[in-house]
Design a protein around this ligand. Structure first.
Ligand code: NDP
Length: 317
């Protein structure tokens, strides 16, 4: 790893969702002089959501991007050094840990808080790449605007899919929700909102096998009740195809050093953000296959910063 362009810090936070920003608030208030790298999607997944209605303290709800902006400001107020940049390599074999940013700069840090979150998953169809930016999206709030008064489909049956379908129903003429099972996995309240929305048609037991269109998406090829005796091919005419089938944890660049489960979630010591490497902590969705909520991510970011502070005191740095 590059030795020439080095900088030494006490606390490096990677990621800018609720976990990273909360860690930054606590770490800066504890005078750890944290440096935070925001990554590819400053503000994280919540910048792609609409209303957050379940974060305590906001009785009327708050928009995801606004909440992240507020968290960022709060961290900056206490002196967090906020930077743009992507981690491209790591060496966590011994402290101080080396973290390369944008393939050009190496940060040497006594403590590292990994809060890199998770990214949207795709079905793995060739057509998703063929029509990338031409009708295929994994973010309704980013791209929904382009589909006003048009017809779109959302794939998935969880809370994200329902939320995106409802959001898109506010803009589009019609929304199909393509669900592979005969039921929705989403919470009851979201299910009701979807099923009662006259603009949303839920296609239960449907799988997408391809997309078609000349200059962008014009439709999707679906299979109804795949593998059953009454299996049926169904084509729908759509202008936009939105994925909402879950997320993959962004842990690859740390994998040689920290333990991950089979999906890639960083495994931490029960109930703590400790990774097993002294001074290296993981917080938020990158280490949470179970809850994946803004409030639990924020809580684990807080724990990680407290752990970092205690660790630095222990080693006298
Ligand atoms: P989930 O993992 O909860 O749901 C993923 C959905 O995608 C499931 O319906 C799943 O189907 C479907 N799916 C997965 N792979 C495929 C595939 N290859 N083809 C077709 N369908 C597929 O992810 P979410 O992103 O919806 O939610 C993640 C977490 O975040 C959850 O805990 C959720 O509650 C939370 N959340 C909360 C919100 C809120 O409270 N406002 C908003 C958004 C998310 P199947 O059911 O068959 O496995």
């Amino acid at each position: 790893m590059c030795e020439t362009n080095n900088e030494k810090v006490r606390c490096l936070i990677v990621g800018s969702g609720p976990a990273g920003y909360t860690a930054a608030i606590y770490a800066s208030r504890a005078n750890l002089q944290p440096v935070l790298y925001e990554g590819l999607q400053p503000g994280g997944q919540l910048t792609t959501t609409t209303e957050v209605e379940n974060f305590p303290g906001y009785p009327e709800g708050i928009s995801g991007p606004q909440m992240m902006e507020d968290l960022k400001k709060q961290a900056e107020r206490f002196g967090t050094d906020m930077r743009y940049g992507i981690v491209t390599a790591t060496d966590l074999s011994k402290a101080p840990y080396k973290v390369m940013i944008d393939n050009e700069k190496t940060i040497e840090t006594e403590t590292l808080i990994i809060a890199t979150g998770a990214s949207a998953k795709y079905l793995g169809l060739e057509d998703e790449q063929k029509y990338a930016g031409m009708g295929v999206s994994a973010c309704a709030t980013c791209d929904g605007f382009f589909y006003r008064k048009k017809t779109v489909a959302v794939v998935g049956g969880g809370d994200t899919a329902c939320e995106e379908a409802i959001y898109l129903a506010g803009l589009a003429k019609q929304v199909y929700l393509i669900v592979r099972k005969p039921y929705l996995r989403a919470s009851k309240v979201m299910q009701e909102r979807v099923l009662n929305n006259p603009k949303i048609t839920v296609l239960f037991e449907h799988n997408t096998i391809g997309l078609f269109g000349e200059n962008g998406v014009e439709g999707a090829h679906l299979v109804k009740r795949k593998g059953e005796p009454d299996e049926e091919m169904v084509d729908i005419a759509i202008d936009g195809f939105f994925l909402a089938i879950g997320h993959k944890p962004n842990s690859d660049v740390f994998k040689p050093w920290v333990k991950t489960d089979e999906v890639g979630y960083i495994m931490t010591i029960d109930g703590t953000p400790r990774t097993g490497i002294p001074g290296v902590f993981a917080a938020g969705d990158v280490a949470d296959p179970h809850y994946r909520q803004a409030i639990t991510a924020a809580g684990s970011g807080c724990k990680a910063a407290i752990e970092a502070e205690r660790y630095l005191t222990e080693i006298g740095k």
